[in-house]
Design a protein around this ligand. Structure first.
Ligand code: AN0
Ligand code: CP
Length: 318
């Protein structure tokens, strides 16, 4: 595998989940594969889970790991070509990226949507430059439009917990005080569509996502109705995608918060969230602490999704 940025890069999903469960049962079975190989993780944004789980996955495979927080201690990077660099940015990405590539074998990149220019975000300008100029296999650790390591972990978690072949999965928007990217919901939709579950998306009017990701999923504007009979409730906030409101908060309506009344509408559903989560905005304390909440095993599966991706990338280096 030379690139991991979308669901298409993982190939057959049944195969990928099977490999994930094998890795989970035998985490150290490939500890020679990464010997003398170096992973560089480049963060343009904060992280707890991605940072730790991806590093852990690399260590399981015997790799060395270097982490760069671009905004802490590195030179400020210019991203646009043709700019006269007389401002605060000391270095251009076009030098920085191949230099980073020269110190490692595989690169992971976290670069969120900046909400300054929708086209630049949805063209994945930062991630694509790493793919083009690093000379190394590149994987996304959440880019502007997708978070595939999260979605892969979500899929593994659903496969581990589902009681029927084609469970009803409901992705619901929930309120949040900051404008958050669409990467997690886009990506979740992309993977759940590929997995062919019974998939419903619910959100207030104005929060429609790019149809490239939602495809044929049922969109239901009545959250209560959407939740009826759900086996999995996947909560997430995102800012508006559609013009002219791209990147804006249109609602902080706390009647969309997932509470025990909402969960009672479901078929004893499991509650999922990628974390970090704001309690009593996205979900109430009692729901996230309930025995139907699987947010911790979901986060734990991030180590597994990262290990499958790194394993496949290491195998393709040989
Ligand atoms: C980020 C987001 O919503 O994309 C990261 C989630 C994994 N969340 C926040 O910034 C709070
Ligand atoms: N879910 C997730 O990616 O968390 P972090 O932002 O903490 O890495």
């Amino acid at each position: 595998m030379k690139k991991f940025t979308t669901v298409n890069d993982i190939g057959n999903l049944d195969q990928a989940v099977k490999e994930a469960l094998e890795v989970k049962n035998n985490r150290f079975g490939y500890s020679d594969l990464g010997r003398n190989r170096t992973l560089l993780m480049v963060f343009f944004n904060s992280s707890l889970r991605t940072r730790l789980s991806t590093q852990k996955a690399a260590l399981n495979l015997g790799m060395n790991v270097i982490v760069l927080d671009v905004n802490q201690g590195a030179w400020k990077l210019e991203t646009e070509r043709g700019v006269i660099m007389d401002g605060d940015k000391a270095e251009h990405m076009l030098e920085a990226i191949p230099v980073m590539g020269s110190y490692c074998d595989i690169i992971g990149v976290r670069s969120f949507a900046r909400f300054e220019d929708k086209r630049a975000d949805y063209d994945e300008e930062i991630l694509e430059q790493f793919i083009k100029y690093s000379g190394r296999p590149v994987f996304s650790m959440e880019a502007a439009t997708r978070h595939p390591l999260q979605s892969f972990a979500d899929l593994i978690t659903i496969e581990e917990h589902k009681l029927t072949k084609r469970p009803k999965v409901v992705m619901t928007w929930a309120p949040h005080p900051r404008a958050l990217p669409q990467a997690v919901p886009n990506s979740f939709a992309e993977w759940i569509n590929a997995a062919d579950y019974d998939f419903v998306i619910t959100h207030p009017h104005g929060y429609e996502l790019d149809p490239i990701f939602t495809q044929n999923a049922r969109i239901e504007y009545d959250q209560d109705k959407a939740l009826e009979g759900a086996a999995f409730v996947y909560a997430k906030n995102w800012a508006a995608y559609t013009d002219p409101n791209y990147g804006k908060i249109l609602s902080t309506d706390r009647s969309w918060t997932i509470d025990s009344r909402k969960m009672a509408l479901t078929n004893n559903a499991y509650f999922m969230h990628c974390l970090p989560v704001r309690r009593n905005m996205i979900v109430t304390d009692d729901v996230i602490e309930s025995d139907r909440s699987i947010v911790i095993p979901e986060a734990a599966n991030r180590e597994i999704s990262a290990q499958v991706v790194l394993k496949r990338m290491l195998e393709s280096l040989k």
